[in-house]
Design a protein around this ligand. Sequence first.
Ligand SMILES: Cc1ncc(COP(=O)(O)O)c(C=O)c1O
Length: 389
Amino acid sequence: MSPNTDFLPFARPSIGIEEEEAVLRVMRSGWLTTGSEALAFEKEFAAFVGVPHALAVNSATSGLHLALEALGIGPGDVVVTSPYTFTSTAAVVRHLGAEVAFCDVAPGSYNIDPDALGRLLSTTKNCRAIIAVHIGGLPCDMRAIKALATRFGCSLVEDAAHSFPSSTADGYAGTLGDVGVYSFYATKTITTGEGGMLVTRDQRVASRAEKMRMHGFDRAAWDRYTAKKASWRYAVTEAGYKYNLPDLLAAIGRVQLTKAQRFLDERKAIAAIYDEAFSGIEGLELPPRGDGHAWHLYMLRTRTDRGGLDRDTLVEQLAERGIGASVHFIPLHTMPYYAERYGLTPESFPQASFIFERTLSLPIWQGMGLDAARRVAGAVLEIAGTRRT
Ligand SMILES: Cc1ncc(COP(=O)(O)O)c(C=O)c1O
């Protein structure tokens, strides 16, 4: 069978000649792992989002692990987050021996419900941290969540894996709590293939995360190999991790960062085409909106409860027309590990279960082009029917 050359993937990185040149520069420099490129990327990223400390890491998963560790989370502690997320958000809590308490998302939203969060916190003992996840790039209601974190004495971590660059009236999502962590995984708006960035205003958290990122050394490898004076000696002061971002990848991130605003504009234009095509169509519901959306994902809902087509059929029929779609997320309370550990059923979090059954993510990426977006919109309408309400 010949490959379908018209296939429109769900996501695709936008890598240009500038990124290729940056990688070549690093390859020819004689220094491939973490060094001057990673340091420059951290500085440039910190300036972009407006925080004093940014630490480049090899994934958002590592960054979230470092964030919770630096906040002192450990056995006996509880961390509250939404079940409507990727496994990393909760897995890092378990890596530290703490327990996860899930809180449902708000009706009509993909983000944690501040009302339900308030109720949960008032009955949860030993809650030490909240992880707010800005799903798809739409910022959570951070003012409400921050007020609850203060009232209940919890640290506030932002899983900002999807939300570069999501903005709010109070600053970029990811910079509004104690620590924020971005992902540069291959499908993210700016990418390094694999990678992430931890940001914080807290000097103590930054120093701890920096040390734990690199084996618990008292100094960076970069520093040891490049210092003019012979300086091979180092001390291991903690049992740390190996979570650094190599210069080869940081160099890609630096270029991508300069394109972030253009990437965002392109994504917004695609979202606008989808919005216009789907608004008022019976059986379809537009993604929740709000200012500052980064449009990492365009999560359309098919309202099977209002005559909409079954989600899986929609995904399959889009694939038959050469269009890749995806589903975010299979909620964690339905995953065997969390369901068994905490005795959860799909009914435990009715909002998350309801939206999971009805949601699909359409292609949205810079470089995809507006004609491709119109093709996707046309295919969805053709498959789902075009009755306007
Ligand atoms: C919400 C969320 N948090 C965390 C992660 C982990 O990101 P990474 O792949 O960079 O570890 C992902 C991955 O896609 C994610 O979707």
